[in-house]
Design a protein around this ligand. Structure first.
Ligand code: GDP
Length: 321
């Protein structure tokens, strides 16, 4: 082909749809396999909440701190080596805290809140924070509009996600997940562009309802994924009949679905061309393929960054990236 006539090179960008902890583990491995500058992470904001007047975006912060190499891995949230002096001082006025915010972490929330008060969008502020932390990847909040995840437990009124998850320690039978504001929220236009233009889109092994659910339910996101289905992979957060951590199992059960990789795969059958499950769940390979997606078994337990990197490698190869 002559110069000037050549077809555009296939995009080298990789997009990951992410919640918090499960996604962070995967992303830590992924950036060992690809140049972090190639990565776009679309992050859930349904868990965002206000504490002490500050706008906290737990999933965005988990992903930003992870990519900056300053996350507290043992804990799964916040910064490494944190102190909690401000939180203890706040207890004098507000009583015993139930949502922990470290001293240095508070600086992030102060900055975000102050910028929001000036009318700056969450996307721009997120980019500013990532930049300040030296993050090379692109982190995009799923929307600049407010979507709030509520959890309805049996016999109780619906409560905001953090009250269920952190204050209530995810106890109780889940009856319904409500995504308030989802009907009018617009996805960040960069989200749809990233999905359309990436060489691969990976649904991290995040909670399907409260982490990926808000992203996937924004108008236009599922349709955008359907158009590139062969390039979309999903990783199961359920291994050997239960989640590695968190309430995904209770939610699947409570909503009348099977607590297995098959139960999760059914949620993504229209959008994912590839479903990755754990070696322990090989027996589901065939039933998942019958849903109209490829299925692949590998070690999905990301106990170390090396194991997460190996998982990322398998997923990228299977998508021919
Ligand atoms: P959250 O927003 O902080 O709850 O985080 P995510 O939704 O991103 O991640 C929670 C999900 O990650 C849970 O359903 C876990 O089962 C899953 N998860 C955590 N660690 C692993 C792992 O090592 N392997 C797999 N396959 N899933 C994991």
């Amino acid at each position: 082909m002559e110069r000037g006539q050549s077809r555009p090179l296939p995009s080298r960008r990789i997009t990951t749809l992410a919640g918090g902890v499960g996604a962070a583990k995967f992303i830590r491995g992924l950036v060992r396999r690809i140049d972090p500058e190639r990565l776009t992470v679309v992050v859930n904001t349904g868990d965002d909440d206000t504490f002490y007047g500050l706008h906290v975006s737990p999933d965005i912060d988990t992903i930003s701190y992870t990519l900056a190499g300053v996350a507290n891995r043992a804990q799964g949230w916040g910064l490494d080596g944190e102190s909690f002096n401000a939180l203890h001082a706040l207890a004098r006025f507000y009583g015993k805290p139930w949502f922990a915010l470290g001293d240095r972490d508070l600086a992030t929330h102060l900055y975000r809140t102050e910028r929001m008060r000036h009318g700056i969008s969450l996307s721009r502020i997120t980019a500013e924070i990532a930049d300040a932390f030296g993050v090379k990847s692109r982190i995009i909040p799923m929307s600049d509009d407010r979507v709030r995840t509520f959890v309805k437990l049996r016999g109780r009124r619906a409560i905001p996600f953090q009250e269920y998850f952190v204050r209530g320690r995810a106890r109780g039978a889940v009856e319904k997940i409500e995504l308030r504001g989802i009907g009018i929220a617009r996805p960040n236009p960069a989200v749809l562009r990233a999905i359309g233009k990436s060489a691969a889109v990976i649904l991290a092994p995040s909670n399907p309802f409260v982490s990926l659910g808000p992203i996937l339910n924004l108008t236009g996101v599922r349709a955008a994924l359907r158009r590139v289905k062969p390039r979309v992979a999903a990783i199961s957060p359920i291994v050997a009949g239960k989640p590695i951590k968190g309430p995904a199992g209770k939610m699947l059960r409570g909503l009348g679905m099977e607590v297995s990789p098959l139960g999760v795969a059914r949620l993504y059958r229209d959008i994912a061309g590839l479903f990755v499950l754990d070696n322990a769940d090989r027996r589901y390979l065939e039933s998942i393929e019958r849903l109209g997606m490829r299925a692949l078994a590998t070690d999905t337990i990301m106990a170390t960054p090396e194991r997460a990197a190996a998982l990322a490698e398998v997923v990228l190869r299977a998508l021919a990236v």
